[in-house]
Design a protein around this ligand. Sequence first.
Ligand code: ADP
Ligand code: MG
Length: 290
Amino acid sequence: AVPLVVSTTTSIAAKKGLLIRNRTAFEEARKLNAVVFDKTGTLTQGKFGITDILPASGYTETEILTLVGSLEAQSEHPISKGVVEEVKNREIKIPEPESFEALTGKGLKGKVNGKDVLVVSPGFMEDQKIDYPIAEYNKLASQGKTVVFAVVDNQYAGLIGLADKVRDSAKNAVENLKSLEIKSMMLTGDNRKVAQWVGESLHLDEIYAEVLPHQKADKITEIQKEGYMVAMTGDGVNDAPALAKADLGIAIGAGTDVAIETADIVLVRSDPNDVVSILDLSRKAYNKMI
Ligand code: ADP
Ligand code: MG
């Protein structure tokens, strides 16, 4: 039989919008000493809006948005949604791409109006040694903006800066975890400068940036090897393997089905501060039993 304290706790949890899918993992949660958060959609709202467009010489803003928008319209990525919204606001007509491919964790690739088009991360630009205006990039990135680059026929064609908002409750969550002596860490595919900006504004203990999707789970293993018992909180398809690797996998309720199915606990309200409630409840429930 399930001890009374456990079933009571489960219903208290449910009332707070915490759906416990794996009771053993929840019981063990009282021993956690680190929480790793995914950035986009977890610590931030995951809603990007375009703040800057810098076309390279020979291009207009509309041309950049047309080529980039054509590819972004094929994807469900939060960056894509931000670009597509801007395209709609400006009433720009975008063509169907002649080909399309997602470069997971790096960007998008395709053929648009007969041209080879890439929309990619700073890391991709570095790897492929494609020149871009570093000063302009640095300026936007140090403001915490995510920057993507348009590359047309292998040449830099422009850059787009996008801003996402840090969730108010994320700051609270980090403070509360600190008072429980639990480290807060962030894992993101976004570039180091943006990660640092978010890390500083939230007072995170550790940040891991430019982590490709397939590396996220390995990162969790590394953190565990440093002696941490880790909860991972995420929302994306990319996060699912890391959720599975963590001692406690927590999915943000507004996240993707894959993340939700993999998680030990689901946060109905998408509030990072609910992570604190989980640890608190687990400590209260199970420390009493021993
Ligand atoms: P996160 O870990 O923050 O969820 P991702 O791993 O999905 O981020 O993406 C990492 C980086 O790859 C982005 O910051 C961006 O530079 C680039 N990228 C990914 N998808 C897209 C896209 N659809 N359009 C443009 N750039 C993208
Ligand atoms: Mg994400």
